[in-house]
Design a protein around this ligand. Structure first.
Ligand code: 6PG
Length: 248
């Protein structure tokens, strides 16, 4: 597995680098397969990226007619709830670009957990190559919680050990955010062509150092479960989040 860490002076420079990486991954995928399938992360970190991708500087770089968007995880709230990851991606990006609505594959958070899981599992299967249960994402954007979680794979959760199912319902109390969630599982993320973590802020420094440097313990540091089978793994961190990373 090829993994690399890039450290940026601040979150703005990181967001611009992420926008360049996103548009480059899209251009590669569209050139080779006429489509680009991406899984977005939630929370606050990717918001600056979404705004940049919708801006004149980047929006024209992507053939949005060829783009399919999924989410790595979602909170079980309605689509118009500010607690929804879809809500922010739609407001900041998807409503600003000509992506066909049929190519926006949101988790239907308004449904009961079991139905939302079943519906999203079906959406993934319908977008997969023949006989597969989920698409190989050209790009999976990932975030990192201060506790070392990613997507909705939280410390102590059995979800991080899942090897078969693509989508699980989980409950977790984190930062006052909606607790009931749906998440993709490590096998789905790890089949991606490119995985890109975006990590900013000093509150992430301990988790980032542990995930990258501590002995593997996915129950304590769930982001360590993200190890692409054959794709690339890239970490973008700002200097504040990287402040506990001692030079190798
Ligand atoms: C979510 C996210 C979650 C997020 C981390 C970091 O639904 O909350 O998918 O995994 O990426 O919690 O969140 P921030 O970017 O807000 O720090």
């Amino acid at each position: 597995m090829n993994q690399d860490l890039q450290i940026f002076e601040n979150s703005e420079l990181l967001a611009n680098a992420a926008a360049r990486a996103f548009t480059a991954a899209a251009a590669d995928a569209v050139a080779s397969r006429r489509s680009f399938i991406a899984a977005l992360s939630g929370g606050s970190t990717p918001k600056a990226l979404f705004s940049l991708l919708a801006s004149p500087a980047y929006r024209g770089e992507i053939d949005w007619q060829a783009v399919h968007i999924f989410w790595g995880d979602e909170r079980l709230v309605p689509a118009d709830d500010p607690g929804s990851n879809y809500y922010h991606a739609r407001h900041l990006l998807l409503s600003q670009v000509p992506i066909p609505s049929t190519q926006v594959h949101r988790v239907r958070g308004e449904l009961p957990a079991g139905e939302a899981v079943e519906d999203y599992t079906t959406q993934l299967r319908e977008s997969a190559s023949m006989g597969l249960a989920w698409p190989r994402f050209d790009l999976a954007l990932m975030g990192l919680g201060a506790d070392g979680h990613t997507a909705s794979l939280f410390p102590g959760s059995t979800a991080v050990m899942e090897e078969e199912r693509s989508v699980l319902a989980v409950t977790a109390d984190y930062a006052g955010r909606p607790a009931h969630r749906v998440t993709l599982t490590p096998p789905v993320f790890n089949s991606a062509q490119r995985i890109l973590f975006l990590v900013t802020g000093k509150e992430k420094a301990t988790a980032l150092s542990a995930v990258l440097r501590a002995p593997k313990d996915v129950q304590q540091w769930p982001a360590q479960s993200i190890q692409p089978v054959s794709g690339s793994l890239t970490w973008f961190a700002d200097r504040a989040a990287a402040s506990q990373l001692s030079p190798i």
